[in-house]
Design a protein around this ligand. Structure first.
Ligand code: GLN
Length: 246
């Protein structure tokens, strides 16, 4: 069995993008959950809120972004372009990222609103989104390589992945990317985009730990192992959310 390495004082820097403009349905809570799950394992966490006009620090271990209305997406459009080179570089370098709904759409190439306005994205994720006539609202369930994820979606955007792109999961309840092809979200390198609000990490500790594990192994080597936690309450949250009607 591979031995896990002991790191003296492990530390993570989490960047939360556009907390003010892009935060609906408690998405900011994802940062809190990662912080707690790391601290419970004696891993020190620095959270940096990076907003309009602020640069993404080079030493970044995890990046999070939340959902937002079309107006919020419009408000960050130009600024996000100024961060595109840094975000592409960090994505290619394997930095784990979790982008929800509005930020998920803008990590793709573009989001076209119901009025036909094109909001440019940064194209880290190989996908495009166009507002549809219907709004998809409700709880979602989908299967991923990490196990089942329970989420909550509210979007009119219809997201289509490029042919070769890998979806994050396959939908068993809800609309997911577009209500037609059964896909939910997208994953490339360690960048995960999804429509799941919630905050999604509260009821899916498997996803929270995936982000932490990826970040810590990237920083301290592949044998860094996360100490298991007692996830009884988190599993209860997962099951309770799962039992709710759509
Ligand atoms: N404006 C986007 C849509 O409705 C994103 C909404 C969101 O982030 N919940 O598709």
């Amino acid at each position: 069995m591979a031995k896990s390495v002991l790191v003296e004082s492990p530390e993570l820097t989490i960047v939360h993008l556009y907390q003010k403009e892009m935060n609906i349905y408690g998405d900011t809570g994802n940062t809190l959950i990662l912080r707690r799950r790391a601290e419970w394992r004696d891993i020190k966490v620095n959270v940096l809120l990076v907003g309009l006009g602020e640069a993404i620090p080079e030493e970044t271990d995890i990046i999070l972004g939340g959902g937002g209305q079309d107006a919020g997406q419009g408000a960050i459009e130009r600024d996000l372009q100024t961060k595109a080179v840094a975000l592409h570089r960090l994505a290619s370098a394997g930095v784990p990222m979790l982008m929800i709904c509005g930020m998920y759409q803008l990590f793709g190439r573009s989001f076209t609103t119901g009025e036909g306005t094109v909001i440019r994205g940064i194209g880290v994720l190989p996908l495009e989104t166009t507002a549809g006539k219907e709004r998809y609202i409700g709880n979602t369930h989908y299967d991923t390589p990490l196990g089942e994820i329970i989420g909550y979606e509210n979007h009119s955007g219809l997201t289509h992945l490029d042919n070769e792109a890998e979806a994050f999961g396959s939908v068993t309840l809800g609309a997911g990317n577009n209500g037609h092809d059964g896909t939910e979200g997208c994953r490339i390198h360690n960048v995960i985009g999804t429509y799941s609000h919630g905050p999604v990490l509260a009821k899916n500790p498997n996803l929270a730990d995936e982000l932490l594990q990826l970040a810590l192994q990237r920083k301290y080597g592949p044998s860094f192992a996360l100490r298991p936690l007692d996830d009884t309450l988190e599993q209860q949250a997962h099951e309770t959310a799962k039992a709710r009607p759509r």
